[in-house]
Design a protein around this ligand. Structure first.
Ligand code: UDP
Ligand code: MG
Length: 154
């Protein structure tokens, strides 16, 4: 099933100048960019995005970090994109993240694990609506998509 999911290259990724490389990994896989923006997040948006973690010991630090410096928000589309992206991102704790995943290749600290990705269909829908207005998510067809759709589309 075609899905859309939210990816954030968090401030550590921008500071380390890894944004392009991180985005490229998803592009190389074949996922389609349908939304992209560079944002300095305010506290209200950060708290909405991480609302599920409110009250946890790491919440204040997480919000402080995510608002400390700009990030890149990307909406990706593709078959089973939500699970595919989570698999590519790797475990939350970089020490547990398998090499070959983004965190497993590029991160060591839990608080600086480079990337956020929606963890399920409901979260993806909620998060995409937090970060993008409807008109900022762009539907378009690549030449290759016609082959996926079948002979009548070609
Ligand atoms: N986090 C942290 N300490 C923890 C748990 C999480 O600093 O004990 C941070 C970490 O940056 C993580 C984010 O909070 O990416 C959100 O946590 P979540 O469990 O949703 O992990 P994710 O979905 O990003 O893998
Ligand atoms: Mg999460």
């Amino acid at each position: 099933m075609t899905e859309r999911t939210l990816v954030l290259v968090k401030p550590d990724g921008v500071q380390r100048q890894l944004a392009g490389r991180i985005i490229a990994r998803f592009e190389e896989r074949g996922l389609k960019i349908v939304g992209l923006k560079f944002v300095k997040v305010d506290r209200a948006l950060a708290e909405r995005h991480y609302a599920v973690h409110k009250g946890k010991p790491f919440f204040d630090g997480l919000v402080a970090f995510i608002t400390s410096s700009p990030l890149v928000a990307i909406a990706f589309e593709g078959p089973n994109a939500i699970g595919m992206v989570r698999t590519m991102v790797g475990a939350t704790k970089p020490a547990d993240a398998v090499p070959g995943t983004i965190r497993g290749d590029l991160a060591v600290e839990m608080g600086q694990n480079l990337i956020h990705a929606s963890d399920g269909p409901e979260t993806a829908a909620t998060e995409l609506a937090i970060w993008f207005r409807p008109e900022e998510l762009v539907s378009y067809e690549r030449e290759i998509d016609r082959w996926v759709r079948g002979p009548e589309a070609r």
